[in-house]
Ligand binder design. Structure first.
Ligand code: C2O
Length: 348
């Protein structure tokens, strides 16, 4: 038995960046003026934020996300709610900037472990609430990029407009819409027809969500406990489509496939948060598909449930949130618009 992972701002330092990384070269959040507060669930009377798929959400909905990103980008860099700092959150948790409390020689990398789903859920939860706060819209909900359904298998057009705050010049120019995504992209174009690529993608979804994820311990990834070396091993979804879509979106001509293709820079592309909203939705989908079969869901390891991460909330307060806190999205006051899951029928 180990102990839960705890992170602490006093134990955030120099990130380990890849060679030829693009600035900035540090990514720890601003120091708080007081101790972190423990997370509290939103009031049940808050409006439910219903996240919609980017490809059907409509121009007004996407324009809201665009405005939110513009507002975040306009905040001073010292503000923990600024886009600059929000992008850095990913860097800090994914480059060894945080050291394990009590084990200064060990870093906290949340990928390739059982923290992959819960960490990103908490991250975009706060991101969404900051966006809503800046917009003055308490019902604001993130769009999600549903690259798992045929109609969503392109970069959503709102991100491709070079004059939009949603645009990032550090992307693969060959993958602008209407190019179809390749859910197991590995640097080489497949040159499939659209129909072949769609069928291929659907089969990948079936394999990763169903065949390779029959139980919680397989789905979530390997345990990481305090005192252990990080990156013990990923769940199937983290490798692909998650990692492969990062690689697909980033610019292959750059040394680390920035922005989306590298941990330290991925959060700098506004599409990151819609990509992760879809990952988060697929976590919720997996829980619903497997409900009723207890073997799938029972996952009560206290070292997982009590591990905690730090985020600044919409009031710029530093909050400590545990894995246990994020397991029920109804209680977090958000939901996903229903989309079909055609890959359920794509058993290879
Ligand atoms: Cu923390 Cu999609 O990576």
């Amino acid at each position: 038995g180990g102990r839960p992972i705890v992170t602490d701002l006093l134990h955030c330092g120099k990130p380990t960046l890849p060679a030829n990384a693009l600035p900035p070269y540090q990514c720890c959040p601003p120091m708080p003026t007081s101790d972190p507060v423990d997370f509290r669930l939103p009031d049940p009377s808050e409006p439910l934020r219903t996240r919609r798929p980017a490809h059907v959400a409509g121009a007004d909905y996407m324009a809201k996300y665009e405005r939110a990103i513009a507002l975040m980008k306009a905040l001073p860099r010292s503000d923990p709610r600024s886009f600059y700092q929000q992008a850095n959150v990913h860097c800090a948790y994914c480059t060894g900037a945080y050291r394990q409390v009590g084990y200064p020689e060990l870093s906290v990398q949340i990928h390739f472990s059982w923290f992959f789903f819960p960490f990103h859920r908490a991250y975009i939860y706060f991101f969404e609430r900051i966006a809503g706060k800046l917009l003055g819209d308490p019902g604001f909900a993130l769009p999600f990029w549903s690259w798992d359904v045929p109609e969503g298998m392109r970069l959503p057009v709102a991100f491709a407009n070079a004059s939009s705050p949603l645009y990032d010049p550090l992307r693969n120019p060959r993958h602008a819409p209407p190019k179809l995504v390749d859910l197991d992209f590995s640097r080489r174009e497949k040159n499939y027809t659209d129909e072949q690529q769609i069928q291929y993608n659907l089969r990948i979804m079936y394999n990763q969500m169903i065949t390779n994820s029959p139980s919680a311990s397989l789905f979530y990834g390997q345990p990481l406990r305090a005192g252990e070396a990080d990156m013990p091993g990923p769940g199937p979804m983290e490798i692909y489509p998650h990692n492969t879509m990062h690689l697909w979106a980033g610019d292959l001509s750059l040394p680390n496939v920035e922005n989306m293709g590298a941990y330290y820079s991925a959060g700098r592309d506004p599409v990151f948060y819609t990509h992760h909203a879809n990952i988060d939705r697929l976590w919720d989908t997996w829980c619903n598909i497997t409900r009723g079969d207890q073997r799938h869901l029972v996952f009560t390891d206290p070292d997982w449930l009590e591990s905690s991460f730090l985020f600044y909330d919409e009031e710029a307060r530093l909050v400590r949130i545990t894995v246990r806190d994020v397991l029920n999205i109804d209680k977090l006051r958000y939901a996903y618009d229903k989309v079909d899951i055609p890959w359920l029928n794509a058993r290879p």
